[in-house]
Design a protein around this ligand. Structure first.
Ligand SMILES: [Zn+2]
Length: 378
């Protein structure tokens, strides 16, 4: 069985052409539903509150083998400023540019093409394959969270998410907390008194946070990160602002705990030099839980399954690595307890202008997904 490259390219360009910023996945979900309809044993939508629906495609086996989950998110981030290429899709050499081209419409297309190859092959599966196209990964992961909480998945042995991974295997990912720092100053007449300016106090904290050191993992060469995400203050008036809010993203590595990270952050903020304001720290509110880190062993079966297929298709062994960013694999590993890796194509500029994927790596990824199905489920 061979991957049909022109079918795959058309699928990828179609997907890039459909707007699907998180919470707006209705149109792309319909497109994917219609693609799966002729090839899956069963396809259905699953409603996700506040977002477009998940699409679930079942490929039933004879219950004589394991059950595998293929998962891909349909949503993208919004269009950021600075695009020089067409964010609705532009092909230049091996590169396909577009919003979500790499993250992760390429992985989504590669998995669907692998399902088409399965249909083309006429093989009867022993194990079961469940393909889920999910919404809101770039928002609050409500799609995958709903999938897990609904109990719809049943017993699954292994999971693969086709997030871009440069054709290497992401066996672990960091955890994430987002802190809300509430800063209370003292208002005063803007023309006459200093008061305690909550924006100036916020600035001191922001600059101090630049000095905070992050944990790092020697073996996998990855480091924790802190990013100031957002700030706001009390409404401008003729008064010194007495309130500001600072929102800070903290991605931390496996091996640390949430409690440690929260305590460390609190202490560091409170040690800001010359801080006069009163500071309270909480976690940002969100509709789903914050994600905990996960890390699989390189000897875990799913890692070996991907390694074997990749070796066969690429003729070389893929590397294992830890990604810092959270993704739906955090929920699948931690909440659903499905050993899940991320494995997908190569590209660059994710969440940035001129995002692209290398089409040859999308073809390879698709071949590898098909090979995984053949090795594991037949
Ligand atoms: Zn992604």
């Amino acid at each position: 069985v061979r991957v049909n490259q022109s079918r795959l390219k058309k699928l990828l360009l179609d997907l890039i052409g459909i707007e699907s910023v998180w919470e707006n996945e209705n149109e792309i979900a319909t497109y994917i539903f219609n693609k799966l309809k002729p090839i899956a044993d069963q396809v259905e939508y699953q409603e996700v509150s506040g977002c477009g629906p998940n699409v679930i495609g079942n490929f039933f086996g004879k219950d004589e083998g394991p059950t595998m989950l293929f998962n891909a998110h349909m949503d993208t981030v919004k269009v950021f400023k600075g695009w020089k290429r067409n964010y609705r899709g532009e092909e230049i050499g091996d590169r396909i540019y577009g919003l979500g081209a790499c993250d992760m419409k390429a992985g989504l297309a590669a998995m669907i093409e692998a399902l088409y190859c399965l249909k083309d092959s006429g093989i009867t599966l022993k194990g079961n394959l469940i393909f889920t196209a999910v919404s809101d990964e770039e928002g609050f992961s409500r799609g995958t969270y709903q999938l897990i909480k609904s109990g719809k998945l049943g017993k699954i042995d292994y999971g693969i998410i086709s997030e871009p991974s440069g054709l290497d295997i992401e066996i672990g990912a960091g955890g994430r907390l987002v802190f809300d720092v509430h800063i209370s100053g003292l208002s005063a007449h803007a023309a006459e008194k200093e008061g305690i300016n909550a924006i100036e106090e916020l600035s001191k904290i922001v600059l101090h946070l630049k000095e905070m050191s992050m944990e790092h993992d020697e073996k996998y060469g990855v480091k924790g990160k802190l990013t100031v995400l957002y700030a706001e203050s009390s409404k401008p008036s003729l008064s010194v602002p007495d309130y500001s809010l600072l929102r800070v993203d903290r991605h931390y590595l496996p091996g640390r705990t949430r409690e440690e990270i929260a305590e460390e952050f609190r202490e560091f903020v409170n040690s800001t030099p010359n801080l006069k304001a009163n500071v309270e720290i909480g976690l940002m509110e969100r509709p789903t839980p914050f994600m905990k880190h996960f890390l699989l062993s390189e000897d875990e079966t799913i890692v070996k399954i991907v390694e074997r297929a990749a070796r066969k298709v690429l003729g070389r062994a893929p590397a294992c690595f830890i990604g810092l960013s959270v993704n739906d694999a955090n929920y699948l590993n931690n909440i659903a307890k499905i050993p899940t890796v991320c494995y997908g194509p190569s590209g660059a500029n994710m969440h940035s202008p001129d995002e692209y994927v290398e089409f040859s790596s999308v073809v390879d990824a698709s071949r590898i997904y098909y090979q995984i199905v053949e090795n594991t489920l037949t």
